[in-house]
Every structure is written in C-alpha cells, then in structure tokens.
Design a protein around this ligand. Structure first.
Ligand code: ZN
Ligand code: ZN
Length: 166
C-alpha cells in the first residue's frame, strides 16, 4: 500500500518509476460512497527535491455504480491523472499537504481523494438511458409499457394530437 522512497531521498533529482495496486474497497464520501471493484492501479514516477517527494502519474479505477435515472447497477473504469507533492511529516504539522514518514509514501489517501473529487458525481449507465416509467416503474431500457400511450404531453402525444385534427 505504500512505496519506499528512501532511495529517492538519497538520490535527489533522480526519477524513479513506481507501480502499485491498491485494494480500496468502498470509499466513503459525504456525497455518497464509491464502491471500487478489484485493485486500483496507480503508476507513475517520483523524484525527491529538497526533502519533498513529487509524484506524477495515473490512476485506473473501476467503480460499481448505480444509475441516477434507472437505478441499475453498472461498472465503469475511470482514468485519472495526478501530480502531487508529499512533504516529510513533522509533529504538529497542520498543513494541507500530503505527508510521508519513515521513507514511505502512503498513496491511499491521495488516490481516494482523486476518486472522490475527479469522478463525475452524475452517474448514468449509458448516455441514452431511458430511465424508469414514472407511472408503472418499469425499466424502459429492458421493457416497454403502455402508460405513455394516452399521454398528450410527450412527443408521441403531440404527434397523436396533430393527427386527431384531420
Ligand atoms: Zn440507467
Ligand atoms: Zn409504464
């Protein structure tokens, strides 16, 4: 879960590649939880400069989500890019920065923050999800119903209205 940066700290300015797989499970967030599926891959390069660690790379995360429109569960992968500085942890440090200690950088907090902040909160199983029928509740992606047949307000209702005039 954490990467050893002691070598990088000894050799400032030298870039080191890294690649990690994190088992994040459910990421809790005040706007709703994110359920990750399988391991979340984090990779990139790191370099030490003046005792700080700069990390740059990408996150591949698969999420199990619920569609806002039809409530169906679906899976989707997201590709996120990051660039962050980790500073050495000091006692009583109140800064907003990510920190590292004992030559180890823990990526979990940063990766969770990126998922929460960068994955769009709007969730649709597909761009053209038809949603649920507001009358009978059937999932219109999988079945059809006749509830809208006499509805004059929808596009089909308006067409029917035009034809009635003849
Ligand atoms: Zn949907
Ligand atoms: Zn219906």
């Amino acid at each position: 879960m954490s990467i050893d940066v002691s070598l990088a700290l000894k050799n400032e300015g030298v870039q080191y590649p890294f690649s990690e797989k994190l088992e994040l499970g459910v990421i809790e967030c005040m706007y709703g939880n994110f359920e990750t599926e399988g391991a979340t891959a984090v990779s990139g390069t790191l370099v030490a400069m003046e005792g700080e660690i700069y990390l740059e790379g990408e996150i591949e995360v698969a999420l199990v989500r619920l569609c806002d429109r039809c409530a169906d569960e679906y899976k989707r992968s997201y590709h996120l890019e990051f660039k962050e500085t980790f500073t050495g942890k000091k006692d009583g440090d109140e800064s907003e920065n990510y920190t590292f200690a004992d030559g180890q950088v823990d990526l979990v907090q940063m990766v969770e923050d990126y998922v929460v902040l960068q994955v769009p909160t709007a969730s649709l199983c597909s761009e053209d999800c038809k949603g649920l029928c507001p009358v009978c509740g059937v999932n219109l992606n999988r079945a059809s119903c006749n509830c809208g047949a006499n509805d004059q307000s929808g596009p089909f209702g308006m067409l029917a209205g035009l034809m009635d005039r003849d």
